[in-house]
Write a protein that binds this ligand. Structure first.
Ligand code: NAD
Ligand code: DAU
Length: 375
């Protein structure tokens, strides 16, 4: 039976110093904002400030909260591949809780440039584990008892499903893209540090997130922004690949619950109970925009089938019953509510999108080569 989300300050208990890696990214930013708004914890935000990073949302919250809160957010511009810098950052943060989100996260980029995925996601996690373990071993007994490292992973480590079935915590790993293989490797490292060295860890594997502030190279922001601009909306392959969509704030609820109350050494699968084909997603977005932004309606005429992503996983679906029964989590937003909020947000933040869009320079080559077909 799902319970309501406990206050974050209660969940954190005595954990005052929180190191969030990747806190300038989409999900990390949402975690940092919630910690700043709903607790008194000091947040150390370790991020290399890459193409997907942006601090606007955090700055807005800090301004909203006033000066007192500004002293609770410390940005540490550090690349996890630099072991010395990581060791120094962890020493300074001296954390009671580490929420590890930093990773290269876009499958398309991992296909065109896998090196940085291997370096950031595998070597980066290895470096973090070494630095965190060394700090953990110096903590007082009281702080050691409450310390945790929460590693955030993806449902993509499990591979691809046919029409039936769902991924759960006992599904064997079968990653099939450079991104998912690098995430799987990092999951294995985290488990190894728990079993071999006794580092207190928890892990989560989540499905596709969406919501405000998502970097506009992922499907939902791409579709919204292309439609608003009157540009073609690229739909890979037959458009019938299925993803399970979760509103980002619901993921943050789940992450904070697992980080503080999950059983050590365990992993938790997190999904949105919201399986959709990509074609459903883009046509729903187009129909919504026909109502709220009639300028280039009917927007569905902009949907174009393009050559498929190489190795494109067919279907992901998640059985979230462990996190639901053990920790009382369930998503607070239906897909319809979350999507409506997201579309409204992108309509209001087109300037932000234009600025960050200038950082997209990757797989255009692949898309340019593709023949566009009207859907
Ligand atoms: P994102 O790309 O928006 O943000 C990732 C952040 O990590 C960026 O700010 C980036 O600069 C930082 N980073 C990357 N490599 C780094 C390095 N070497 N050193 C320091 N910082 C580095 O990604 P996101 O969508 O917010 O995803 C966050 C995490 O959640 C990732 O681990 C991802 O695998 C996982 N995840 C994402 C989703 C999703 O749908 N977005 C779903 C499940 C799991
Ligand atoms: O499942 C969780 C994963 O979800 C996370 O681990 C990743 O970090 C996150 O990026 C996301 O991966 P996907 O590859 O599923 O997300 P993306 O938004 O890139 O694509 C979603 C689906 O839409 C996928 O089937 C490919 C398709 N697609 C994507 C884009 C960008 C299109 O058809 N057209 C597009 O332009």
């Amino acid at each position: 039976m799902a319970k309501s989300m406990p206050p974050i300050a209660d969940l954190l208990d005595n954990r005052q110093r929180i190191l969030v890696t990747g806190g300038a990214g989409f999900i990390g930013g949402a975690v940092v904002r919630r910690l700043l708004k709903e607790s008194n914890a000091i947040v150390f935000n370790l991020d290399k400030m890459g193409y997907a990073s942006n601090l606007t949302s955090i700055k807005e919250v800090i301004e909203e909260l006033g000066d007192t809160y500004q002293s609770r957010h410390y940005l540490q511009i550090v690349d996890l591949t630099d072991i010395k810098a990581v060791q120094k950052a962890v020493r300074i943060a001296d954390p009671d809780l580490v929420i590890h989100l930093a990773a290269e996260s876009h499958v398309d980029r991992s296909i065109s440039s896998p090196d940085v995925f291997i370096e950031s996601n595998i070597i980066g996690t290895y470096n973090l584990l070494k630095a965190v373990r060394s700090n953990f071993e110096q903590l007082s007994q009281k702080r050691r008892q409450q310390f945790r490292l929460h590693h955030i992973s993806t449902d993509e480590v499990f591979g691809s499903l046919e029409n039936e079935g769902q991924f759960s915590e006992i599904t064997p790993y079968y990653p099939r893209s450079p991104y998912s293989a690098s995430k799987a490797a990092s999951d294995h490292l985290v488990r190894a540090w728990h079993h071999t060295y006794g580092l207190p860890v928890v892990l989560t594997n989540c499905s596709n997130n969406y919501g405000p502030w998502q970097f506009p190279e992922k499907l939902i922001p791409v579709a919204i922004l292309k439609a608003i601009a009157g540009d073609s909306i690229p739909l890979y392959g037959d458009g019938l690949n299925i993803r399970d969509w979760l509103y980002v704030e619901d993921h943050v609820d789940a992450l904070l619950l697992v980080a503080c109350q999950g059983t050590l050494g365990r992993s938790y699968c997190i999904g949105g109970y919201s399986e959709k084909t990509n074609k459903d997603i883009v046509t729903t977005i187009c129909a919504q925009l026909d109502k709220h932004y009639p300028d280039s309606a009917p927007h569905a005429q902009l949907i174009k089938q393009v050559t498929d992503r190489p190795g494109h996983d067919r279907r992901y679906a998640i059985d979230s019953s462990r996190i639901s029964s053990e920790l009382g989590w369930k998503p607070r937003h239906t897909f319809e509510e979350g999507l409506a909020r997201t579309i409204a947000w992108y309509l209001l933040h087109q300037d932000w999108c234009k600025t960050v869009n200038q950082k997209i320079s990757y797989s255009k080559k692949r898309l340019r080569k593709q023949k566009l077909t009207l859907c």
